[in-house]
Design a protein around this ligand. Structure first.
Ligand SMILES: [Zn+2]
Length: 500
């Protein structure tokens, strides 16, 4: 039989401590995600790229589902989603859902860490409204990001939640496919598998969550093993440790007759792994001087410095200047930094033209403590309209529109200045303004982990650096108020207790 399946997506990862909120226009633009797409335009836009919806649509096509498009909207991480953006997008999605009835199933591509101005659990609310339309017996499946802050309401309202297993998220499309396969199973069998959900009790700095590193690599490998043995589906969510809500933090979700036992077993393994979520970090100055030392000692390939605290994938505005200052003050001879998002500077560069040298006031607009705009004379080396195809495994061939952009040169430092924000996780994001990342001695990327997908293979070393920025490396540096009491603010860290 041909199943009628409604498909859509609404994604945001909210850093409640970040400087800027997500408006409706931010979802229209997409910022590293694909731009908002309604109806059939969603199917053509998502084809062949690395998103949950892409893998699900491929699978549905193979199974000859009758796929009914809702809408797909994602915005780059930031502070809260505005009430208006949430209500307008959800209303449009739910209206299309009602019009698509009767249905055999619903597939939703979600992030799972959305906090709105007017409610803490964006996905729980969305799933509840979807459930209210389709009723209790139509299976609702959600594909989620590894950084999901999962809530009991989400687990209650969906028949199944399935999470990514890689960070960098090179498996977004693959997870969408796996989730669609799970939905097919639910529709075919009519089963309503037993659910198990457990919140874990310590937050993890995002650079140490990478599945390129231990202990995450082994923990995620266990999920697939358990699915072969005792459960239909098991997911470990690392959580997004910058959302000041009660439900912030890592969690486990599993489905099937042995779901509870599987979750207990995984929780024990997570507890045993606690001390291993660790590594070395550098101040901006120390990171740059260590990179210079490595270059002098004959490092083969660029030394990559991750400016993790201004990662736009975690709510940063990608405009802090700490790493740029450190590079210039250390008089490095061959370095590149990206992306520095500064629409005014990009416009000034375009007005002045290639070859011009002029005074810029770069970045620092977000008012982050310890950061400020940087006044400097720079030469406009290259201009671009900001359109590029990101070919590495993270963006997976997506088209990015970064707006008017420029390569500015300050001595031995080249800076990629853009108008729009996207996480530097692809070598093309240097190349589009004429920088060859493979032959540059030092690269600074405004990213915490996703850059690894396209840079690990060329990097001689990767150093995690802490310049002032809105995404605190250590959750213990954030002014929490609403976290679950007892949650530890890092591996082996102190437990949170609300101050009355
Ligand atoms: Zn993520």
């Amino acid at each position: 039989m041909t199943y009628r399946v409604a498909m859509g997506g609404f994604l945001h990862e909210t850093n409640t401590f970040a400087p800027t909120r997500a408006t409706y226009d931010d979802f229209v633009q997409g910022g590293g995600y694909m731009p908002m797409a309604h109806g059939n335009a969603m199917f053509s836009a998502c084809r062949g790229i690395n998103l949950g919806i892409s893998g699900a649509v491929d699978y549905g096509g193979e199974r000859e589902w009758q796929m009914l498009p809702l809408l797909w909207a994602g915005a780059i991480p930031s502070a809260h989603v505005t009430k208006q953006a949430f209500e307008d997008i959800v209303e449009a999605l739910v209206t299309r859902l009602s019009a698509a009835l009767p249905l055999d199933g619903v597939f939703l591509d979600l992030h799972g860490a959305m906090v709105c101005e007017h409610l803490d659990d964006g996905e729980g609310e969305l799933l509840a409204r979807v459930r209210a339309v389709v009723g209790p017996s139509v299976p609702v499946m959600a594909c989620l990001d590894l950084h999901g802050n999962i809530t009991a309401r989400m687990v209650d309202m969906a028949d199944m939640l399935v999470g990514f297993r890689t960070y960098p998220h090179v498996d977004m499309a693959e997870t969408g496919r796996r989730a669609a396969e799970g939905l097919d199973y639910l529709m075919t069998s009519g089963a309503q598998p037993t659910k198990a959900f457990r919140r874990l009790d310590y937050l993890i700095p995002i650079p140490w969550q990478s599945t390129d590193l231990e202990p995450a690599a082994s923990l995620y490998a266990r999920l697939a093993e358990l699915e072969g043995e005792s459960v239909i589906s098991a997911s470990l969510f690392m959580g997004f440790p910058a959302a000041d809500i009660n439900d912030c933090g890592p969690s486990l979700v599993a489905y099937g007759p042995d779901a509870s036992a599987a979750v207990e077993q995984l929780a024990d393994e997570f507890a045993r792994a606690e001390a291993s979520f660790a590594g070395q970090v550098y101040s901006a100055d120390k990171g740059v001087s260590e990179a210079q030392r490595l270059v002098r000692s004959g490092a083969v390939g660029p030394v990559v410095l991750a400016d993790t605290q201004d990662n736009p994938g975690a709510g940063g505005d990608s405009n802090t200047t700490g790493m740029l200052r450190a590079l210039i003050e250390a008089e490095v001879t061959d370095a590149a930094l990206g992306l520095l998002v500064d629409p005014d500077a990009a416009l000034e560069a375009h007005t002045a033209g290639e070859g011009a040298s002029l005074a810029f006031t770069l970045g620092g607009q977000s008012g982050v403590v310890g950061d400020s705009p940087y006044r400097v004379i720079a030469k406009v080396e290259t201009l671009s309209d900001g359109r590029l195809t990101a070919r590495g495994p993270y963006y997976g061939g997506a088209s990015l529109a970064l707006g008017p952009s420029a390569c500015l040169r300050i001595g031995g430092v080249r800076v990629v200045v853009t108008t729009h924000k996207a996480q530097l996780a692809d070598r093309e994001m240097f190349r589009f303004v004429g920088i060859e990342p493979e032959t540059t001695e030092i690269l600074v990327v405004k990213s915490s982990t996703h850059f690894r997908a396209d840079f690990t293979s060329i990097a001689s070393h990767i150093l995690i650096c802490l310049a002032p920025g809105p995404m605190a490396f250590s959750p213990s540096d954030l002014p929490w108020k609403h976290l679950m009491p007892g949650m530890r603010l890092g591996p082996l860290g102190d437990a949170f207790h609300p101050v009355n």
